[in-house]
Design a protein around this ligand. Sequence first.
Ligand SMILES: N[C@@H](CCC(=O)N[C@@H](CS)C(=O)NCC(=O)O)C(=O)O
Length: 213
Amino acid sequence: MTLRLYYHPLSSFCQKALIALYETGAPFTPQIVDLRDEKDRAAFLKLWPIGKFPVLKDEARDRLVPESSIIIEYLAQHYSGKSALVPADAARQTRLRDRFFDLYVNTPMQKVVGDRMRPADKKDPFGVDHAREQIRTAVGMLDQEIGSKTWVMGETFTMADCAAAPALFYANMVAPFMDTHKNVAAYFQRLAKRPSYARVQKEAEPYLNMVPK
Ligand SMILES: N[C@@H](CCC(=O)N[C@@H](CS)C(=O)NCC(=O)O)C(=O)O
């Protein structure tokens, strides 16, 4: 096994990379990192001092690949199998939509959840309101766009869908949209049935009670 994924099953950005790994069918060794565990944390920081996962290690090519989108680009280049995670004829549009979900859904969702873990005197209600507003804007845009499509880029499941699935799942917890945005709700139902994401969700289930309410 040449690939090793450093990750946590609950993390939305790790789930994004995991979906891509399951889509490609590339064999890999999953290595759970518990950032609350001092030893795990220190070992992970030694590997990638930024301290954010997912990180992929490719022993065969002697490469360390951080950042979920870069991991997916790497898989698309070297381990794509039958999947077209970044289709050559629509690469820029795919990347734009991947950025869209990371920057305007996933990151603001993290802001809202992260604020729940802050001490009472360190909360940032203004930032949280802004983050929720950003999610609502992004979901509204997606609702207009996704209507006639199966996946974000049309009929092909791409990196953009890998980014969308976990981002939407958690975003719905902090700025619910299932009852108000029917097209996004239908799209999320399709994502939930996609075997790669269904597997990721099943693996995350035992940890879901760790999400701060
Ligand atoms: N831009 C990064 C974001 C990764 C990220 O934010 N990961 C979170 C988990 S979802 C993390 O590592 N959080 C731990 C921390 O910040 O201490 C990517 O796309 O991989």
